[in-house]
Design a binder for this molecule. Structure first.
Ligand code: B12
Length: 239
């Protein structure tokens, strides 16, 4: 049965600073891109909660989850170093509301999609690879109560078993994407800073000019992530 208009909460969980890069708070660009895309293409109710920018700890996040009551929780998953805070956020949300649908994505969870679903029952869906079109289709299927078996680019659990649907081709024309959803964190733009590059207080935003990398270093997640198996490169791909 369909669930109607859903409330999607993107969250940048509380993180520890890693001393080697010094202190910095970047805008959670990956989920801002997803929020902007969802907003432009479907009627879901969207919110972005940036615990880093707001200075929220895990107790604060718990209180915010209780008051927001999302239908879908989608934590920001930039890198392996964030995997445990992403999982902790998902576990917290499931504990508060077992009915919430939890979605993870990004480079780490793409590489370990099936292992994540096998090891962490609180994760419902892993979005593999580029997220925009996949999360849109996923939200639409969840709203309409349709089967997840048709959504390319996801891994998920059904009846206790883990399934991986086929990969999704990359978006060929990056210019077709809407602006990233910086307006969702508008009130925090003054809180973002990058201490390696500039003094605290200097404005810091991320601008995306391309996706992928022209090299194929065996130790790096970049090439397998941004080059889909059908070898369709994005427009911005450096040849
Ligand atoms: C910009 C950038 C940064 C910036 C800002 C990051 C930010 N918060 O946005 C800074 C300089 C701060 C940074 C820091 C670090 N970074 Co960095 N960074 C990048 C870079 C160059 C681009 C990321 C980006 O914005 N891409 C554009 C957006 C649109 O893509 P995306 O984030 O991947 O998101 C898409 C998908 O992954 C997916 N997706 C992502 N999250 C989610 C979540 C859900 C729920 C869903 C459904 C989908 C989804 O959908 C998005 C849209 O398609 C990448 C390399 C790259 N080109 O991808 C490295 C990269 C992500 N960084 C990396 C690393 C290692 C780090 C650091 C750990 C470095 C360090 N040693 O401290 C830190 C960790 C920061 C932290 N704790 O959060 C690695 C991660 C590798 C890995 N396997 O984990 C990468 C891949 C570079 C590399 N090849 O080594 N980074």
């Amino acid at each position: 049965m369909g669930r109607g208009r859903l409330k999607v909460l993107f969250v940048e969980p509380p993180k520890d600073f890693w001393f080697i890069l010094g202190q910095y708070i970047p805008p959670p660009f990956g989920v801002l891109a997803l929020a902007g895309y969802l907003e432009a293409n479907c009627g879901a109710e969207i919110e972005v909660l940036d615990c880093q920018a707001e200075g929220l700890d895990w107790d604060d996040l718990k209180r915010r989850l209780e008051s927001i009551q999302p239908d879908i929780l989608a934590p920001s998953g930039l890198s392996t170093s964030n995997a445990f805070v992403v999982l902790r956020a998902v576990q917290l949300a499931k504990k508060l509301n077992p009915g919430v649908r939890t979605v993870v994505g990004g480079q780490h969870f793409t590489a370990l999609a099936e292992e994540t679903l096998q090891g962490y029952p609180e994760v419902d869906v892993v979005v593999r690879g580029e997220g925009e079109e996949t999360i849109l289709e996923l939200v639409k299927e969840l709203e309409g109560g349709g089967p997840l078996s048709d959504v390319r680019g996801i891994s998920y659990r059904r009846g206790g078993e883990v399934f991986s649907n086929p990969d999704r081709p990359l978006i060929c024309d990056l210019d077709s994407l809407p602006e990233p959803g910086y307006h969702f964190v508008e009130g925090h733009m003054k809180d973002y800073y990058f201490s390696l590059m500039a003094e605290k207080g200097a404005p810091f935003a991320i601008v995306e000019g391309s996706r992928g990398c022209g090299h194929a270093c065996s130790y790096c997640s970049q090439s397998p992530f941004w080059i889909s198996k059908n070898k369709k490169f994005t427009t911005g791909y450096v040849k």
